[in-house]
Design a binder for this molecule. Structure first.
Ligand SMILES: [Mg+2]
Length: 220
């Protein structure tokens, strides 16, 4: 039995899809606060984000609608606590089911603010078992990757596993700790990832790179 442990953002799900889901939720709140046409703020936020990724997106929409800039913290809160409309990436569901069916175990290690991560996970409504599901933020910011705590926890949960595999996207932080712990690390490179794959060196490099979920079934 092997443990296939997955990252969430830009691995099992598209982070851009999550961002746009959040912007539409913020847009609905802005619709309530303004006299603009229903849906107008969501469309504006998504279009602006796609065009320029401005850091002051919410402030600019508030100004455009003539609303109090003091609404900003409420909009950020709305973004982080909205129930996202997201789906697994193409091909993921079949591969997870196939891994599980053949006797391998599935696990999750994900960074990010706790509340949004939990809501993303719930929104996926997966019907295959994951154990454990670890959000590093449960232990606080200093336990986010590349801290080894989450990976050591996965290892403790499956002492009889013959190998551990971590599937993720971000070379800056994802592979350092599992590499040191002797895991096989796999970078899933997707053309629509929010952050393009970087070339970094040394022990941050993944063992393997793949460009589709199906390739995970071929790892010997
Ligand atoms: Mg990621």
């Amino acid at each position: 039995m092997r443990v296939f442990c997955f990252d969430l953002d830009d691995t099992l799900i598209s982070e851009c899809e999550y961002v746009e889901s959040g912007l539409r939720a913020v847009g609905r709140r802005l619709d309530e606060l303004s006299r603009a046409r229903r849906g107008a703020s969501g469309e504006w936020l998504v279009a602006e984000w796609r065009r320029a990724r401005p850091r002051d997106l919410f402030q600019r929409r508030l100004a455009e609608l003539g609303l109090d800039p003091g609404w900003l913290p409420r909009l950020v809160q709305e973004y982080r606590t909205h129930d996202p409309v997201i789906a697994l990436r193409e091909g993921a569901r079949d591969v997870l089911a196939a891994l599980s069916r053949r006797g391998d175990r599935l696990a999750l290690v994900s960074d990010g603010h706790l509340e949004p991560q939990r809501r993303k996970w719930r929104a996926l409504r997966l019907d295959v078992p994951f154990h454990p599901v670890i959000f590093t933020d449960e232990r606080g910011r200093d336990h986010w990757k590349p801290h080894p705590w989450s990976f050591e926890s996965v290892m403790r949960s499956a002492p009889d596993a013959k190998a551990f595999v971590y599937v993720a996207d971000n070379e800056r932080k994802d592979f350092v700790a599992p590499n040191r712990l002797g895991w096989l690390t796999v970078q899933l490179r997707h053309p629509e990832n929010l952050r393009p794959c970087l070339e970094v060196g040394g022990d941050a490099r993944p063992t393997l790179e793949v460009d589709r979920f199906g390739a995970l079934l071929e790892i010997a």
